[in-house]
Ligand binder design. Structure first.
Ligand SMILES: NC(=O)c1ccc[n+]([C@@H]2O[C@H](COP(=O)([O-])OP(=O)(O)OC[C@H]3O[C@@H](n4cnc5c(N)ncnc54)[C@H](OP(=O)(O)O)[C@@H]3O)[C@@H](O)[C@H]2O)c1
Length: 332
């Protein structure tokens, strides 16, 4: 028997409850995993509170997991392999990571670099891996430490915190935008050179503002993304990966046609395996693991429903690892 968090749906809406399942309940797949850790992302917060994320019921939510292979009929994976799974619609359409055991399609797995254990893999999680995909996009569009500062919006959140830490380790001047001034010290510890109030970027959109940064990683969307675009320097690049402030984009074409900037969309869910390997390899070398530990809290399985509400309220700092084997979920 093993514990899962299960979401069911009926005429009254979605219901979230812990359940004890056995091997016969596992979904189809060719690799079985003892899950060691999962994590909490903004999308998980939406999924657990009835947001438009889950596409099949009943379902085990959780878009991340890390663990050890216990059985495999896929020749690429052997018993004892340490793996991570992000995206591929797990925790949305297929069984996700809020379980002590899972069975998955071997195509979806990524081998963990030797220097990243399963707990740190979930401290990184989808948020950190998305931050690295965003950094890769900036680099591929010519943004480098010598081209100018990079702004990170939603900086005290999960994607934002990892982005600040990685960019700073790479030698960038990082401007962190946050709505939580009390987190300025935290963001400077991660490597931000400057911390600005999110209100500077969330107001009325200027079609073409003062050119301030060579690049940006935006987790907020809406007016914030539009203002970031309009304040990006000639030939700069903005990696757009989030919508914590809204899914709209009230922007003008002027930054594109007068400054030649690039808007790079980031979708972590559908990246091919080689891109995932590249991102995880870069996380192993370009993310300071002590800083990662400092931005991470480890929480017991049973607190997930409460934590889901907290992340949507913008109250979570950095990253939350979920220890699915800790505590009695029924007791919270
Ligand atoms: N494209 C992808 O594949 C992908 C992957 C992962 C995540 N995402 C998206 O990226 C975003 C961040 O995810 P996350 O897991 O890092 O979430 P998170 O930990 O909750 O961070 C989001 C941050 O955004 C800021 N924020 C929240 N509400 C806001 C508002 N109304 N206006 C402006 N800023 C606001 C807050 O930062 P401050 O307190 O510092 O202001 C918050 O900490 C989410 O929209 C998520 O869906 C996308």
């Amino acid at each position: 028997m093993f514990q899962t968090l299960l979401v069911t749906k009926d005429d009254d809406g979605q219901h979230v409850a812990f359940a004890q399942l056995d091997e016969s309940d596992l979904p189809d797949g060719n690799v079985t995993i003892d899950v060691e850790y999962s994590s909490l992302n903004y999308k998980d917060g939406l999924a657990l509170t009835g947001g438009p994320v889950l596409r099949k019921f009943p379902i085990v939510p959780g878009i991340d997991l890390s663990g050890v292979v216990t059985d495999s009929s896929d020749r690429r994976w052997e018993v004892g392999d340490r793996v991570v799974l992000n995206g591929w619609s797990t925790g949305e359409q297929y069984w996700g990571g809020y379980t002590q055991r899972s069975r998955v399609n071997g195509d979806w797995l990524t081998r963990l670099p030797d220097s990243i254990d399963t707990r740190r893999a979930m401290a990184i999680g989808t948020a950190g891996y998305t931050a690295m995909l965003s950094v890769l996009a900036l680099e591929e569009h010519g943004v480098a430490p010598e081209t100018g500062p990079v702004v990170v919006t939603g900086a005290a959140g999960g994607v934002g915190s990892v982005a600040v830490a990685v960019l700073s380790k790479l030698g960038f001047e990082v401007v962190a935008s946050t709505g939580r001034p009390a987190e300025a010290g935290y963001l400077k510890t991660l490597g931000a050179s400057d911390v600005i109030d999110r209100a500077e970027l969330s107001g009325d959109v200027s079609p073409l503002g003062r050119a301030r940064w060579a690049g940006a990683i935006d987790t907020v969307g809406s007016n914030t993304l539009a203002n970031v675009l309009s304040s990006t320097r000639d030939n700069g690049c903005v990696a757009a990966c989030g919508l914590a402030g809204g899914a709209d984009l009230p922007a003008s074409v002027l930054p594109f046609i007068l400054r030649g900037i690039t808007l790079a969309g980031i979708n972590s869910v559908t990246q091919p395996s080689h891109r995932r390997d590249q991102a995880w390899a870069r996380l192993a070398t370009d993310l300071d693991m002590d800083l990662l530990d400092s931005m991470t809290t480890v929480e017991p399985f049973g607190r997930l429903p409460e934590l889901a509400r907290e992340i949507l309220a913008g109250n979570i700092r950095g990253r939350v690892v979920v220890d699915v084997n800790s505590g009695d979920p029924a007791k919270g």
